[in-house]
Design a protein around this ligand. Structure first.
Ligand SMILES: [Zn+2]
Ligand SMILES: [Zn+2]
Length: 373
């Protein structure tokens, strides 16, 4: 019986993929057997964490779990500890039964993990050769975050060899199955009492045996190339958002799935507008007389326009005037609001007439404070 995967990873039901991965990486490091030698409960936890992530990382499995609970996986992954193997059948979710080292290597990669099998995955050893994920950073202005923008990344990475279509073979056709592992890419080896699965040494986990290698890529199926990616950054993007371009990472070796390209978006602090969620705050300096008597002020908007806003008589410093729909675009297709936070300008140059008027006001407000407003 599997435990509730959300509870195991300590994430909410509606946790994002990024949060799930974050929680998983933290826990898998904590409970890794190398860090807890001989600790049975850590080993158990490690299994649980991997099983939980196996479900939640896969949109289909996650949806199935949300609908049917554990019954969705009855007879499939999880449960029934395998005889001999210290980590039991709990790992059966990892297609082709990748060895411990591979699982750790995947965990160390920081992202992804998507490589291991799909639903009930049986993609064999191929996935061990999945291309690496790539990560880039960009800082954009608040204005660009409002309108959305395109960020161009230039980098070099492995791409599928065009001479052999990624097969690594001289004739460009898929190589025949490896006779030693029968195409699974893994072989069982005994280590003391345990049978442990290793990548097949004959085919290096590929599952296929190349007799004559492609001359361009030396049989790897990939070549290094300069690339340019235009990343569309959507309007309303939040500071710290991580965008994922599926399949745009490094090409996988010998036809294995490519990695993903991630981009972390930072939105710079703006000197005019403060962003709070979808809303924007603009601090306006308003003359004292306008606040007291009421009037209109012109304020800039994030979309480069100017807005005339009514200030009611008797508006106090620190008050916020709300302008609907003038904030940032939100994920629901609408816009947040703009709040004009009222500050006051104190006049530094006064005419004699103005000075007199103010002095009269000050005297008047002292003797009959209440009658003024
Ligand atoms: Zn093999
Ligand atoms: Zn090639």
């Amino acid at each position: 019986m599997n435990k509730n995967p959300y509870e195991v990873l300590g994430v909410a039901r509606d946790a994002s993929d990024a949060d799930i991965k974050k929680a998983y990486h933290k826990l898998v490091m904590k409970y890794h057997p190398d860090k807890n030698p001989g600790d049975k409960s850590a080993e158990e936890k490690f299994k649980e964490v991997n099983n939980a992530f196996d479900i939640l990382k896969d949109p289909q499995k996650r949806a199935a779990y949300d609908r049917f609970g554990d019954a969705a996986f009855a007879g499939g992954n999880g449960a029934s500890a395998g005889a001999g193997n210290p980590f039991g059948a709990g790992f059966s979710g990892f297609a082709g039964g990748a060895g411990m080292d591979d699982i750790l290597r995947e965990a160390m990669r920081g992202f992804g993990f998507d490589g291991f099998g799909g639903f009930g995955g049986a993609r064999g050893g191929m996935d061990m050769n999945r291309g690496r994920d790539l990560l880039d950073n960009v800082t954009i202005s608040l204005r660009d975050a409002y309108f959305g923008t395109t960020h161009t990344v230039k980098f070099s990475s492995n791409v599928t060899c065009d001479k052999c279509n990624g097969n690594g073979t001289d004739d460009g056709k898929p190589a025949p199955k490896c006779p030693r592992c029968g195409g699974s890419g893994v072989v069982q080896m005994r280590q003391g009492f345990f049978a442990v699965e290793h990548p097949c040494p004959e085919c290096n986990g590929l599952g296929r045996k190349i007799s004559k290698k492609c001359s361009k890529c030396d049989g790897t199926g990939v070549v290094h190339k300069q690339r340019t990616l235009d990343v569309k950054i959507p309007a309303g993007v939040a500071d710290g958002a991580r965008l994922r371009l599926s399949g745009q990472g490094e090409a996988g070796q010998n036809g294995a799935a490519p990695g993903d390209f991630y981009i972390d978006v930072h939105v710079a602090v703006d000197d005019k507008f403060e962003r709070v969620g979808d809303d924007l705050i603009y601090r306006a300096d308003v003359p004292f007389a306008t606040l007291a008597l009421g009037g209109e002020i012109d304020v800039p908007t994030i979309d480069d326009k100017e807005l005339s806003v009514k200030v009611p008589a008797g508006t106090q410093i620190g008050a916020r005037l709300r302008v609907r729909g003038k904030g940032m675009p939100n994920s629901r297709g609408g816009f947040g609001d703009m709040y004009i936070e009222i500050a006051m300008t104190v006049p530094t140059k006064l005419t004699e007439k103005q000075k007199k008027a103010l002095a009269e006001f000050a005297g008047g407000s002292k003797s009959s404070k209440k009658s003024w407003f």
